[in-house]
Design a protein around this ligand. Structure first.
Ligand code: COA
Length: 383
């Protein structure tokens, strides 16, 4: 059975002092319901991606909170967690719920409110997605882990510091075209290279920011979708894979096996290959992340991601536009919401509703990563 996305909704990303955690999800969900043209009573279930409500806002049991505040009690609501891949995984759970015939229409989305605690606590909370015993407890942070990956990539493949910066420059250029993005300003390579050092070689402008936000999709069986829309976007492929949780246990540090394995499954299910993808949202939590991602997904040869970025292959107008939304770097990275937000962007692109950042595409892909590469979730969407 094919599964369609019949509605999408997203909040503005950034620091949202005036909005509560549940209001962010309710706003994104209400926008998606309106977009789909359905009624709340048509919804069979909710899947909520959320990394750490407990540590960020002292709130667990967030699935029931959201069902309650959405006025959707008593339908089942399930929280899904895989660190920064929680949103992508919620989408996959929603997809599987419909494909299995269990439900007809579900909400799949994600939410995170990260700015209510102090910066040090945020960094510690994010570090819980690494191996507590061998990494976080000893002081390791996510910028630190990705910095080690970047160093190794530079060492093995000759990736340059400037090429890393070019990922950020591109994504900020795209983010400027996205009214929902956290950062809407262009930056230069020189600005990246002179920004504050965070974890050598990664600087402030190599990092995704701390973000509040939510995103939702309404999924329906093909039969149900026809009742509501003439232009559904189908999720034709889905893949998920794991790797070791700690970086030092990986066979190779600068290669992402979880991404490659998840992509292989998604391509197989969709009957597609990397060369068929025309637009992609790739997990650029750090600039090196996008380079690893485009290599793992097969868009470019392993080791050539920096060069492809420098040559403009991943820019709007390039061979395979990546992160038209601004990516995690410029659009923002509310960790539990990110995977759902990536799919919202691809739906906008495939429906021709991406405004100034619109590209010509019939087939798109999302790539969502948890931790330093311990989880990867890939989806393929088609008109
Ligand atoms: N990119 C661009 N600008 C950023 C930024 C980012 N990632 N993070 C913060 N800024 C800006 C702020 O807007 C602020 O600008 P202003 O002075 O004009 O208002 C300034 O930099 C200082 O912000 P502040 O919040 O004090 O930054 P910080 O030093 O506390 O945090 C990082 C910066 C990079 C440490 C933080 O954004 C971070 O931890 N990012 C990584 C998040 C992460 O690991 N996610 C999970 C990935 S797996």
């Amino acid at each position: 059975m094919r599964v369609a996305v019949i509605g999408v909704g997203i909040t503005k990303f950034g620091e949202q002092w005036e909005d509560s955690f549940s209001k962010l999800f309710v706003d994104a969900g209400a926008a998606a319901i309106k977009d789909a043209g359905i009624d709340g009573k048509d919804i069979d279930a909710i899947f909520v991606g959320n990394m750490s409500g407990g540590r960020f806002i002292d709130q667990e049991h967030v699935s029931t909170l959201i069902a309650d505040h959405s006025g959707l009690v008593p339908i089942p609501a399930t929280r899904v967690e895989a660190a920064c891949a929680s949103g992508g995984l919620a989408l996959r759970q929603g997809l599987m719920a419909i494909e299995s015939g269990f439900h007809d229409i579900v909400v799949a989305g994600g939410v995170e409110k990260m700015t209510d605690i102090l910066a040090g606590a945020t960094t510690q909370t994010l570090a819980t997605a690494s191996d507590q015993e061998w990494e976080a407890f000893l002081g390791m942070t996510f910028p630190g882990l990705y910095a080690m990956i970047a160093r190794r990539h530079m060492h093995e493949f000759g990736t340059t510091r400037e090429q890393l910066a070019m990922v950020s420059v591109k994504n900020h250029r795209n983010g400027k075209l996205n009214p929902n993005a956290q950062f809407q300003m262009e930056i230069t390579v020189e600005q990246v290279l002179s920004s504050t050092m965070v974890a050598d070689p990664l600087r402030l402008l190599d990092c995704s920011p701390i973000t509040d936000g939510a995103a939702c999709l309404i999924l329906a069986s093909e039969e149900k979708a026809r009742e509501y829309t003439d232009s559904p976007v189908y999720i034709t492929g889905s893949g998920q894979a794991t790797s070791t949780i700690s970086l030092h246990d990986r066979k190779r540090i600068p290669v992402t096996d979880a991404t490659a394995n998840a992509a292989r499954e998604a391509y197989k299910r969709a009957g597609r290959e990397a060369g068929d993808i025309q637009v992609a949202e790739v997990h650029d939590a750090f600039t090196i992340g996008e380079i690893l991602g485009i290599e793992g997904l097969g868009f470019v040869e392993v080791g050539k991601g920096g060069q492809a970025t420098e040559e403009g292959e991943t820019a709007i107008g390039g061979r395979i536009p990546v992160n038209t939304s601004g990516g995690l770097k410029a659009k923002g990275h509310p960790v539990g919401a990110t995977g759902a937000a990536q799919a919202v962007e691809i739906v906008y692109q495939l429906r021709g509703e991406a405004g100034k950042r619109q590209v010509d595409a019939d087939i798109g892909l999302t790539h969502n990563v948890g931790g330093s590469g311990g989880t990867a979730v890939v989806h393929i969407l088609e008109k």
